[in-house]
Write a protein that binds this ligand. Structure first.
Ligand SMILES: CCCCCCCCCCCCCCCC(=O)SCCNC(=O)CCNC(=O)[C@H](O)C(C)(C)COP(=O)(O)OP(=O)(O)OC[C@H]1O[C@@H](n2cnc3c(N)ncnc32)[C@H](O)[C@@H]1OP(=O)(O)O
Ligand SMILES: Cc1cc2nc3c(=O)[nH]c(=O)nc-3n(C[C@H](O)[C@H](O)[C@H](O)COP(=O)(O)OP(=O)(O)OC[C@H]3O[C@@H](n4cnc5c(N)ncnc54)[C@H](O)[C@@H]3O)c2cc1C
Length: 666
């Protein structure tokens, strides 16, 4: 962090106004002091490495140079990470990703190796397979990715066309890409980085199709890095963001792999071609569940980055007068600006708290599965789908809101907001497209509603449906607990409506699947309302627990944030509350005042709250958001790095402009 002397005076004043212990909140936000200290220790190592510092901003490099630079840095990072791991305890993946952003500025070409390849070996491999591949993967003697999506199919996994045909004679699988659309398309690192892939393919034994299974396939020679025979591999080209992720395509022509390369923790193929079905075929999708859970945490982090940039900028930026003859005000003093930004801070805390809760549920399910119990798997799948969908979508919307809150300068690449938006919006699509995942949860909700009608016991996350069937609803109260109940009434009401819509179409003679499609707009709305009820409930309950051991100052700001989140969403969905709960016009008027009061309470702590995210300048990499607030100086300094500013006259003047102007004169 910059020395106090150089810090912008508005930021100094803002920090003096802060009423709570910033460090204490950082520890809470990060899940404990030990995590913060570990991250800071690792950051100090990484950001002192000169080779990781850019001479030329990445954005001025060509596509190829950017990739080469990202690989160079990713190798340095991986080395540092391994060295660190030997001396201290192993770093958590959140820390690795956060610190990595600061060095690579975009996505590491090793993201899928560290985020899905290793996890799939761990989660889907037998102990023997783990023993063979895990040490090599962890030491990066082999580098891999998760190759599932194809040109023709990403969502509908049963429609994947890559085939793995078992040859009993040689005890091998033969991999083929029978069509153009069967080519793998998208996997990160696949383009020119990895030498191994976990490949999702349709398993065929003696002409019988057994569905999607996962296979470990080597695609490049470990010495020469040349593609192996039968492998057609390459990079898919520039995208909206993710420029350094090195996403690739892959085709197979009669590529043979040994039988032991099918990941067999769940389903197995024996030497003689006997197929042994595992406990649940959907366990093959296990890595996706873990990553969907992790995306809730990623969403919290990405919002924290955007909020830090936009709030600090709003404290430094002065524009317009509130009253004539008075100085121009900090834009942070406009209530509309607070309305745009404080919800970002609160949402980041809401998602971080929800992630902690969801990850715990994930670990419990993994433990249960180890004991052969799968009762809570459907609930976890339903929760991870709708929360991934809602949190990623909210994160993209909030990052964009933060960008807009920075006016024109938010459009500068040097603000980092465009790149952060690229990251956020990608997560709406990858690891399960937004609508598709909401519909997965809706499937679960329809079953839960049916069970509630039958008086059956429901899983905890949907048990509110039982309450909603009781007719005498209490009169409305404007307390957080009661508003959360209100969200549950909204969710229950929408679930019920969607259920009836399906029934109505079925009664009118439609097939269930057609009825489902006809009701699907209502279904996704039900799923969204369920997500919001969960988010508000978990955030509220989680905050009470956190506050119970916090200092009064920190407990107060946590309370302001959770209340703001709940009241914000009550006002955003006021029409739904009027339809499905007992809220009255008078209650809404009180909530509007409450919301304005909360904005006022948060205002003096706004900069302290984003400081508590403790995101280093290297990670922010933003002219607008750095700790010292030297916004205008940095904007100019960064502009001066443009290659176009390295010479007084660009050659295009002589080549094109001058001749053009001459001709124009005639
Ligand atoms: C701490 C360390 C972390 C590190 C972490 C780092 C993060 C680092 C970031 C990485 C960055 C990533 C970069 C992008 C990587 C990609 O994008 S990888 C590709 C991801 N692809 C997808 O997500 C595909 C989306 N599609 C699907 O998941 C499935 O096809 C669908 C949509 C769920 C439907 O599947 P289906 O096989 O057609 O299923 P279907 O026959 O319809 O049956 C559905 C039944 O299965 C159940 N089911 C479906 N899926 C599941 C499941 N997963 N589990 C349980 N049950 C399931 C349903 O609930 C349903 O049950 P019932 O209602 O019948 O009882
Ligand atoms: C940045 C990025 C990185 C990625 N990395 C990887 C990777 O490493 N490995 C990998 O295997 N994949 C990866 N993917 C692929 C990603 O997982 C898929 O793109 C994603 O799952 C969506 O599938 P799709 O592209 O087939 O979309 P589609 O399913 O074709 O979606 C198109 C539209 O159709 C709608 N739609 C589709 N099906 C339904 C339905 N049943 N009901 C209602 N609407 C429907 C969707 O809502 C959407 O609006 C990546 C993608 C991106 C963008």
């Amino acid at each position: 962090m910059a020395s106090a002397l150089k810090v912008n005076k508005d930021l100094v004043r803002e920090r003096q106004k802060c009423t709570f212990d910033v460090k204490e909140l950082t520890y809470i936000w990060e899940g404990g002091r030990e995590f913060t200290e570990e991250r800071q220790r690792y950051e100090n190592i990484v950001y002192s490495v000169k080779e990781l510092q850019d001479e030329v901003p990445e954005l001025y490099l060509s596509h190829k140079e950017r990739y080469e630079s990202s690989i160079r840095k990713a190798c340095i990072l991986q080395r540092l990470q391994n060295e660190y791991g030997k001396k201290h305890k192993v770093l958590n993946t959140r820390t690795i990703r956060l610190v990595g952003y600061g060095a690579i500025r975009d996505i590491s070409p090793f993201l899928l190796h560290n985020g899905m390849f290793i996890q799939t070996i761990e989660g889907q491999g037998t102990p023997e397979q783990q023993a063979e591949w895990m040490p090599k993967a962890q030491a990066m003697q082999i580098i891999g990715t998760y190759a599932q999506t194809e040109l023709g199919h990403g969502t509908f996994l049963r429609g994947l066309e890559t085939t793995a045909t078992y040859d009993v004679k040689t005890e091998e699988f033969i991999l083929n890409s029978p069509t153009l659309t069967s080519h793998k398309w998208w996997p990160g690192g696949l383009g020119t980085t990895v030498n191994h892939c976990i490949v999702a393919a349709q398993l065929y034994i003696n002409g019988k199709k057994h569905g999607i299974h996962l296979f470990m396939v080597q695609i490049r020679d470990l010495e020469t890095h040349m593609p192996l025979p039968g492998i057609n591999v390459g990079e898919i080209g520039p995208k909206l963001g993710f420029q350094t992720a090195n996403n690739g395509f892959l085709g197979f022509k009669n590529v043979r792999i040994p039988r032991k390369n099918m990941l067999m923790k769940n389903n197995q193929v024996l030497n003689d071609g006997t197929y042994v079905k595992g406990m649940n075929e959907k366990l093959t999708y296990g890595t996706m569940v873990l990553v969907r859970v992790s995306i809730v945490s990623d969403a919290a982090n990405v919002i924290a980055r955007a909020a830090t940039i936009a709030v600090r900028y709003a404290a430094v930026r002065h524009q317009s007068q509130l009253k004539a003859n008075e100085p121009e005000v900090q834009i942070l003093d406009y209530l509309t600006q607070q309305h745009k930004l404080f919800i970002a801070i609160a949402t980041s805390h809401a998602f971080s708290t929800t992630y902690g809760w969801l990850y715990k549920a994930y670990l419990q399910v993994v433990e249960d599965l180890g004991k052969g119990k799968q009762d809570h798997l459907p609930e976890l799948h339903a929760l991870s789908c709708c929360l991934k969908a809602t949190c990623s979508r909210d994160s993209a919307a909030i990052v964009e809101q933060c960008r807009l809150a920075c006016g024109g300068h938010g459009y500068m690449a040097s603000s980092s907001l465009p790149i952060v938006y690229g990251l956020a919006t990608a997560s709406v699509t990858y690891e399960g497209e937004h609508t598709v995942l909401l519909l997965q949860t809706a499937r679960y909700l329809m079953k839960a509603w049916q069970m509630a009608l039958q008086g059956k016991v429901l899983a905890p996350s949907v048990s509110y449906l039982v309450d909603s069937l009781k007719s005498n609803k209490q009169s409305w109260q404007n307390t957080p607990e009661f508003i959360v109940k209100g969200f549950q009434h909204v969710a229950a009401g929408k679930i019920k409506d969607a259920f009836h819509a399906i029934q109505k179409h079925v009664k009118a003679g439609k097939d269930y699947e057609d009825a489902w499609n006809l009701a699907s707009v209502q279904l996704i709305k039900a799923s969204e309302a369920h997500s919001r009820a969960i988010l508000c409930d978990v955030f509220w309950r989680g905050t009470i627990i956190k506050s119970s051991t916090a200092s009064p100052g920190v407990a107060a700001v946590l309370d302001h944030l959770v209340q703001l989140y709940i009241v914000y969403w009550a006002l955003e969905t006021v029409g739904d509350l009027l339809l499905y709960s007992n809220i009255t016009k008078e209650d809404i008027a009180v909530l509007k005042v409450k919301y304005e009061e909360l904005l006022a309470l948060i205002r003096p702590n706004a900069v302290g709250l984003v400081d508590a995210f403790d995101i280093r300048d290297e990670v922010l990499n933003s002219t607008l958001g750095s700790y010292d607030g030297r916004v205008y100086e940095r904007l100019m300094e960064e502009a001066m790095k443009s290659p176009l500013n390295q010479e007084p006259v660009n050659q295009s003047f002589h080549k094109y402009l001058k001749p053009f102007m001459k001709r124009a004169k005639l």
